[in-house]
Design a protein around this ligand. Structure first.
Ligand code: ADP
Ligand code: MG
Length: 312
């Protein structure tokens, strides 16, 4: 029998409800949370929270080493979502992987939002066309979701655009706190909608504008870290693709090579399994570069951002 959070010694009905309301709905989530975060979220005192967390750790499967064979077995569940471009799919070993976070970063206008729209359309397509035949959740932080683009892209793929639009569920995030809450909510909503794609466009813009200056940097990184782990949890629970976008910022200290770097630094870089750097080429072309993959070689693919969407 799968244990629920009520099985944690010291967690009664009222406490369980407070935890659940804040997205802490399984033992592992509580066992790996920081006492300070949980206390702030739930309003439960830090002392009580520390006891709950330590009790959760005793019954959670932390520190269970798995054999390579077991992990290989799980890897067999991984599905791939087409990007719409054969070139980019090949670079990624067949498309975007479920159970991982894929980050697209690049400067303004490099095509990040266009790719997110295309992924949303593709997710609704049948399996034999490289889709998941399932719904999509989008956390839109910059108000750049455009149904008109979904319709154009659907027509090109010969899909019923009304049906595609019905399967895409968009939430505007008004600030970073709201974005974090939506990330937590996504896990609950996923089951309701059977969503197998979660998009956050953009992952970092609110954090970047709200946490300026050196003093607030570590707080920002902590929150981003927590947010990304919520997203990853969604990906594992639902066997879903997580796609996020990220801007680049100028690095005044770099004189040679590329003078830009993705926002969020190490935290985002380490939590995203796949990172793709987009830059503009000629005539609607974009160059996508795969960086830091755990098992695929680095390389580049040329894609086109067109009226019809993302194509070769
Ligand atoms: P980012 O999110 O990286 O800032 P976008 O994904 O919004 O950038 O990309 C914007 C670019 O996409 C535009 O500059 C344009 O080149 C291209 N684009 C947007 N809509 C269309 C369209 N309907 N037809 C062709 N290209 C388009
Ligand atoms: Mg954008």
């Amino acid at each position: 029998k799968k244990l629920t959070i009520e099985d944690i010694p010291g967690v009664g009905e009222a406490t369980a409800e407070k935890l659940r309301e804040n997205g802490l709905d399984d033992i592992m989530a509580i066992a790996t949370a920081s006492p300070k975060d949980v206390s702030e979220l739930t309003g439960i005192g830090e002392g009580s929270v520390a006891k709950i967390i330590s009790a959760a750790r005793k019954i959670a499967d932390i520190g269970n080493f798995e054999t390579g064979e077991e992990i290989f077995q799980k890897r067999k569940d991984v599905l791939r979502l087409t990007t719409g471009s054969n070139n980019l799919d090949s670079l990624l070993g067949g498309g975007l992987e479920t159970q991982s976070i894929t980050e697209f970063f690049g400067e303004f206008g490099s095509g990040k939002t266009q790719i997110m729209h295309q992924l949303a359309v593709n997710c609704t397509m049948p399996e034999e066309k490289g889709g998941f035949n399932s719904d999509v959740l989008i956390i839109d932080t910059e108000n750049t979701f455009r149904p008109e683009r979904i319709i154009q892209m659907s027509k090109y793929r010969e899909l019923d655009s009304d049906e595609v639009l019905r399967r895409i569920h968009v939430a505007r995030a008004y600030n970073s706190h709201h974005q974090i809450l939506l990330g937590e909510k996504a896990s609950e909503m996923a089951k309701e909608y059977n969503a197998k794609l979660l998009i956050v466009d953009s992952l970092t813009s609110h954090f970047r504008s709200e946490y300026m200056g050196r003093g607030s940097l570590s707080e920002r990184q902590q929150l981003l870290n927590r947010h990304m782990h919520d997203l990853l949890r969604f990906g594992t629970l639902q066997n879903a693709v997580i796609a996020v976008t990220n801007q680049v910022a100028a690095r005044p200290d770099v004189f040679f090579g590329d003078p830009t770097a993705p926002i969020g630094g190490n935290i985002v870089g380490h939590t995203a399994t796949f990172r793709i750097y987009l830059r503009k080429g000629k005539a609607g072309k974009r160059i996508a570069r795969l960086i830091d993959s755990p098992y695929l070689p680095e390389g580049e693919a040329v894609i086109q951002v067109s009226e019809d969407g993302i194509i070769d």
